[in-house]
Design a protein around this ligand. Sequence first.
Ligand SMILES: [Zn+2]
Ligand SMILES: [Zn+2]
Length: 435
Amino acid sequence: MQIKFSTVILRKLLVSSALLISILSHENFVTAQDGNMDNFIDSKSSKIAKDVKKWRRHLHENPELSSEEFKTAKYVESLLKKFGLKPQNGVAKTGVVAVLQGGLPGPTVAIRADMDALPILEETGLKFSSKNKGVMHACGHDFHTSILLGVAKLLSERKKDIPGTIKFIFQPAEEAPSGQLVGARLMVDEGVLKNPDIEAIFGLHVEPELDVGDLGYASGPFMASSDLFTITIKGKRSHGAYPWKGIDAILVAAEVVTSLQTIVSRRIDARKPVVITIGKINGGENFNIIADEVVLEGTVRTLDPDAHAKVPELMKEIIDGITSAHGAKYEFSYTRGAPVTVNDPELTANSVSSLENTSGIDSVHITTPTMGAEDFAWFANEVPGFYFDLGVRNEKEGKIYGVHTALFNPDERALEIGVRVMSNVVIDYLRNNSK
Ligand SMILES: [Zn+2]
Ligand SMILES: [Zn+2]
């Protein structure tokens, strides 16, 4: 708190002394302040906070599902044009990308925001609640999009002083339903990290477990990989009174379900977190018939890239062994989803300094990695990435509900904080990495 306080006081002093100098020297205040990018980011973030809130509310009222973000993309595109950028649309179907070429030489980085909403009926009762019934920005992607718009507006105004190039990536389909490719993967496949070549990428996510004003991060792996699988056990139908005449697919499936957990408890290094969940099981025809087929569906999560590589083979061994012991057959399909999201340790260490300088050391927390997944992983798999959490919780105002719930209502004060922090993280990186 001490440092946060002194940083704020220091900034205020700098702003007031700039004002005093400008008055004494009959210069324009804005010009005097323009000399210092840090001050500019600080004061501009609060000046545009109203706009960012307006954009956020517009997006919140008009949510669109994954890969259907047509109006959202148009809205983003029109604002980017107003900021003097030349956005490219239709990237990964509904994504929008814009490049800000700074006036000074330096590296090229990207900032990513996701734009899609969820199939949830909103129950917040907010006056700007979703007008698209049954669809809701319940994961805060309205925050992410409007914050990135704020960063784009702010930095576009100081284009000439920016040492490098910034690509703004407005990504569709982060919440793509299972079986469909997620937006980040599609964008990487379409070459969004090339031409110009990105050397680092940044992103943030709202976090209702953290108080507004606080930020969270973890270095290294911090969000799990997410794969899905289907196992079909094929037995042989017979009368329930004569099981020896058939092969009981339910009994075999039960053994498979139980034994798969031994991968976690006995086959994978216990220091590497792995989750194997079977969330759906379907089979049988009647109470007195030996079932000839059972279908199991589930997900595998892990924070360890080696375990991620190993699990499917271990699953196959178990399924193969158990089915053959019972004379049953099987089909096994395993689909890889998002890889482990890894925060590059060096990039993280440097970016955390920017977080601390902007928000104060006491507001920045190391968070526990989660077994949830995030498709930012596809970007961070290609180039060093830094992804952090933006606190949006406010107990007093009842803004306590989690993402993906109908009552999710993040504190809008986080919008300004998001713009300020992200702008500083990116500008600091460009400054520190330009020769
Ligand atoms: Zn989500
Ligand atoms: Zn999300």
